[in-house]
Structure formats: C-alpha cells, structure tokens
Design a protein around this ligand. Sequence first.
Ligand code: SF4
Ligand code: SF4
Length: 304
Amino acid sequence: MNNSTNISADWIRGLIHDFIATSSHNTMENETGEAAWDSALVGFVAGADPIWQQYKEYVGAFHWTPWEVFNQQRPEASASAEELTVISWVLPQRELVRKANRRTKKYPAEEWARIRVYGEKFNVALRQHVADSLAQAGHAAIAPMLVSNWTIVNSQRFSYASSWSERHAAHAAGLGTFGLCDGLITARGKAMRVGSVVAKVYIEPTPRPYADHRAYCLFFADGSCGKCIDRCPVRAIAENGHDKEKCRQHLVRSREYVKKTYKFEGYGCGLCQVGVPCEAGIPVKAAREALERGELPPPPPPLA
Ligand code: SF4
Ligand code: SF4
C-alpha cells in the first residue's frame, strides 16, 4: 500500500529557488561576496524505478537504492520503495566561473576553487534545507550524502565509487547523461554540481528524455569531439574513459597550489568541464532539439 502523500513539484522547485535567492550560504566568500549560484534544474524519480536495481548491477551492490538508505536512516518512518521519491537538482556553474576556468591550463581558477569549497558548502546546506522543510511539512526525508555511513568504496569497474552517487541520481531523474570524462551533461551543460534528497512523498517523476545513458556526449553519439581529452592537464581522460586515480592525484596536488596562490584552503580542477562543447549545454544537436520539442525516446535499454 502506498502511504506517501502527493506533493507538488512546483513547491519543491520554489523551495530550492528561494534558498538560492535568499540564503546567506550562497556566497563564494570572496571580497565582493559574489553569489555562488543563480539557478537550478530540478528533477524527480520514483524510489521504485527499476534504474536503482540496474545501478546495483552496473555501479556495484554497495550503491544504495533509495529504499535502503531511507530505511537505514528513518526506520521509524519505514517506507516501501513505491512510497519514496528522489528529488535531484543541478546547480549550473555561473558564466563568470566557467569563463575564469576556461583560461586555465593546469590548476583551477580562483573562482572555480571557491565554488568547489564554498559553493559545495551551500549545496550541503541546500540538502539539509530541503530535508528539513519536508520534515516540517510532515514528510520524512533524508539527504544520502549527509548520512554518517556514506562512504567511498573500491570498485572493480570504476577503481572507486560511492554508496550514493549524486550524478547517477540526477541521471535517473531525467537531468542528464554521462560524457567521456564521466561528468554528467545536462541541459545547462557539464559544468555544474548536483545534490539530492530521498523523501516519503509522491511527486510525479520527470520523464527521462534519453534512451542511452551517454546520449548527450558527441564522442558516443558520432565518434567526434574528444575535447575533454585535450583539456585534461594530466591525461586522465582517453578514448577508453576516465582514469579516476590520476584525476584524484591531480586534485590532491591542487590543494597546495590553491593555498599558495589564492590564500585559502581549497582545491579543484574541472578543466575538462569548460572550454568544451558540453560546457553549458547539450552538444548533440538532435538530442538538444528533441529535448526542446519535449520529445521522449522509446523506453531505455538496461545500462551496459
Ligand atoms: S568534451 Fe566532447 S567528448 Fe568530452 S564529454 Fe563533452 S561532448 Fe563528450
Ligand atoms: S577534473 Fe581535471 S584532472 Fe580530472 S579529468 Fe578533469 S581535467 Fe583531468
């Protein structure tokens, strides 16, 4: 039996957009107090959607389904998969941040590094705000990234992965598909950050406007592009994919650079997310135009 309550998608969208517009957390913490974010894309996916089981097979058994993480954390509110909805959002990087990082060749621009630290601090506050607002309205909710047992796990296929992937939640919620560099290409591009909350509510799921989990990447669509390969300063991207360990080591090195150059404790890279055709939109023309026309493809095949 489904005991969750219907709530309006617009109420959630309003909650997220109001927080972006009014929260004191929305800052790059620079001298001018520039806002970290100015907009969000929001999508919804059912807790009972078969894609969660496919992630268990594709990402690893350690990747939580919404049902697993919700019932671990809120046993008193116990919910079936059918009673849960995952609310996912994308925070697109602002033009000034993308522009600054486009100019860099090895380490991140100050603006990008600030977003990695302070923009993500806002994203943490947003996760908490969405979960708390739902709880105040009488709906149990949790943010999987904020639970104490969220962890990074060694993975045979991906070197390492986590018990909840925000990018996979966003993909499930119709917000984007994966690129050669592993980033999620959304309607506002790949330069973005993502967040999510699992709630005991029913919200109409967002249709997934793609039949393939790589539909928006030019490399997988027609074999062209590969621009992210050239943007990576440590050759962590190749035609056979993304070397997470090389990427991680570069991020570790970036800490020293950020501290020395920008005088704060931060890190980042994201060079592969800017100066590329998928930086701020969907580069595959047919997919972009189909999305603009509101067309849906046939049901997607299982992830392979
Ligand atoms: S830069 Fe090109 S190859 Fe790389 S993810 Fe974007 S569209 Fe795909
Ligand atoms: S984040 Fe930086 S190091 Fe990692 S793949 Fe992208 S460009 Fe390379």
